[in-house]
Design a protein around this ligand. Structure first.
Ligand SMILES: C[S@@+](CC[C@H](N)C(=O)[O-])C[C@H]1O[C@@H](n2cnc3c(N)ncnc32)[C@H](O)[C@@H]1O
Length: 341
């Protein structure tokens, strides 16, 4: 038994494992739908439980309706062809299809691309500068190697304390599915996955390079290589999840980077189940204690980012249907939470 287990590729460190893609999937950058055949089999609800499948055969893979992933165009649950499970290897080897849009989604490199533009040949979308900045390979590389440490100067307590505080807010969501929206290089996604508190963690970002960094960090960490963590590329304003399918949404240091915070929070309201929690952190434009004379200066120096005031953040959450808003502030740092009724 022990020998059989050790021969199982998914029990080895990720760095030593060669994943085989679903044979129906092209490894070329542009995915060819005709290579993926979906048989008309009875629909089986996918389980988000950890799959330690052998990974040796895809012959028995079935087309199943995925519980969580939905088409970013029409929000219809995707049909998954490939091994089940919410781990990187299983998702990498799976193809996803929207029956309504007849659109196919697959993993580019190690993340599943669930943006509306996935698979488009000619069109590529340019987002506002505050989103594009983080798509740069250099910024993505530097992010956990000094960039984020600078946030301390604005009152951010640091990743360990931010994680501890978020975990407290997520107490009632434990055991469920957590989406770390705008995860960057996965600083918090990895902590959530390691905590063992959730049935699955989805590290989601718009930046391809941040997701590559995220994969590299996971690969170096043996304890995470078989964890229930998936990497997904998506736009926060168009979340590729079924309504009411998510237990917790975390968005660290991110709200100020989004093109439309209101669309993003509206999406959290849609995807959270009743009682599900949203926890976010961001920089405040100014706090109630900021002297009036300083405020115009803050307005000018923060123009490139969407820094909000506390009242604006509360308004965003409550106007999109979330309740039980509360927050903690330290200098320009705010951690806030709200709940899906
Ligand atoms: C400052 S980083 C935060 C990373 C991490 N959550 C943390 O706490 O350090 C902001 C992240 O927001 C992401 N982002 C910006 N616009 C986005 C969008 N439209 N959809 C999803 N993520 C976006 C960026 O790619 C970047 O990784």
């Amino acid at each position: 038994m022990a020998m059989a287990m050790s021969a199982t590729p998914f029990l080895r460190p990720l760095s030593q494992v060669e994943f085989r893609k679903c044979p129906f999937l092209s490894s070329k950058p542009h995915f060819h739908p005709h290579l993926l055949r979906f048989h008309s089999q009875p629909t089986i609800r996918a389980s988000s439980a950890l799959s330690l499948d052998s990974g040796l055969s895809t012959q028995n893979d079935q087309a199943i309706k995925d519980d969580v992933f939905a088409c970013p165009i029409c929000y219809e649950p995707l049909i998954r062809k490939g091994p089940s499970g919410l781990n990187i290897s299983a998702i990498y080897r799976s193809g996803f299809k929207c029956k309504r849009c007849n659109k196919f989604y697959s993993s580019k490199e190690r993340y599943l691309d669930l943006t509306v533009t996935a698979g488009m040949r000619d069109y590529s979308e340019v987002q506002p500068a505050r989103t594009e900045l983080f798509r740069s390979p250099l910024v993505s590389f530097l992010y956990e190697r000094g960039w984020r440490q600078n946030f301390r100067q604005s009152g951010f307590p640091g990743p360990d304390e931010e994680f501890r505080a978020a975990q407290e807010y997520f107490e009632s969501s434990k055991g469920g599915l957590l989406v770390d929206v705008s995860c960057g290089s996965g600083l918090f996604s990895r902590k959530f996955a390691k905590s063992g508190s959730y049935s699955g963690v989805i590290a989601l970002d718009f930046s391809e390079n941040m997701l590559r960094q995220c994969y590299d960090f996971i690969k170096k960490d043996d304890t995470l290589s078989t964890a229930n963590i998936a990497l997904v590329r998506a736009d926060v304003s168009r979340l590729p999840f079924s309504s009411g399918s998510v237990d917790a949404v975390h968005a660290g240091a991110a709200l100020h980077c989004w093109p439309s915070p209101s669309n993003a929070v509206a999406e959290f309201t849609r995807v959270l189940r009743s009682g599900g929690k949203f926890v976010g952190t961001t920089f405040l434009r100014y706090t109630p204690s900021t002297p009036w004379i300083i405020r115009p200066f803050r307005e000018r120096t923060t123009q490139g980012y969407g820094y909000l005031t506390e009242d604006e953040i509360e308004d965003l959450c409550t106007s999109t249907g979330l309740t039980n808003y509360s927050s903690k502030i330290q200098q320009s740092y705010i951690m806030f939470t709200a709940e899906k009724p």
